[in-house]
Design a protein around this ligand. Sequence first.
Ligand code: UTP
Length: 244
Amino acid sequence: MTAVIPAAGRGTRFLPVTKVLPKEMLPIGSRPALELVIDEARDAGAERIVVVISRGKELIREYFEGAPGVVFVYQEEQLGLGHAVLQAASAPGFPGTESGEKILVLLGDALVAGCSASREMLAVSVANGGADVIGLERVPPEKVSRYGIAELDGGRIVALVEKPAPEEAPSDLAIAGRYLLDAAIFKKLATQGPGRGGEVQLTDAIDAMLHERTVFGCVYSGRRQDIGNPRGYFKALEAMGENT
Ligand code: UTP
């Protein structure tokens, strides 16, 4: 399996330290956060891990240079998460869009405490005939407008709504930093224009695939830790710092 870890974002919510230190390299105990994400991917069976970085985030490359199976590609302009994921297709040997292979996408600034979200998602995929799977987390109803929210029918995702108003949200299940997607998603990403905020959204590409492919939700048992802002980072340290 191939994993893609987007880590090219500007990290504006964590300025000024992100001027010199990529947020993905913030320490959790003695290790950079991104190392925990890479370990999760490897442990779930990814033998090739494509990390998407940007100019100025070479520290990431320097730290992981030579790590088995880890390769780097650049996102030259920060045009959004979907665009970052799309850049991974330029990595040598990347699976073709018709290959039927699964791509595991893990956000470089999202850790999961208490479980392997990727493993739990793979199990949901296997139990449902090789379906695509999106990692989900329950969020308080008043916070749904911060997230991509999934509408489910049984375990199956029938719609994704990006940052809905609370009264328009189809559920309280938020997209939570982990995706297991057929390589066909790259065909959608390649042709898709910018969406919300002028950015190429991964959510839009998945939403456009929902009528062609079976996509299941997996409310994983751990807690997502978003280290993209100081408060989230502090909580991640509390949840994970001592054990790493
Ligand atoms: P975020 O939206 O949390 O990251 O993306 P950001 O854009 O760096 O954050 P702010 O809003 O400026 O603070 C989630 C993940 O996707 C990557 C980020 O590096 C992060 O790991 N990302 C985001 C990219 O690789 N490229 C992008 O254009 C956007």
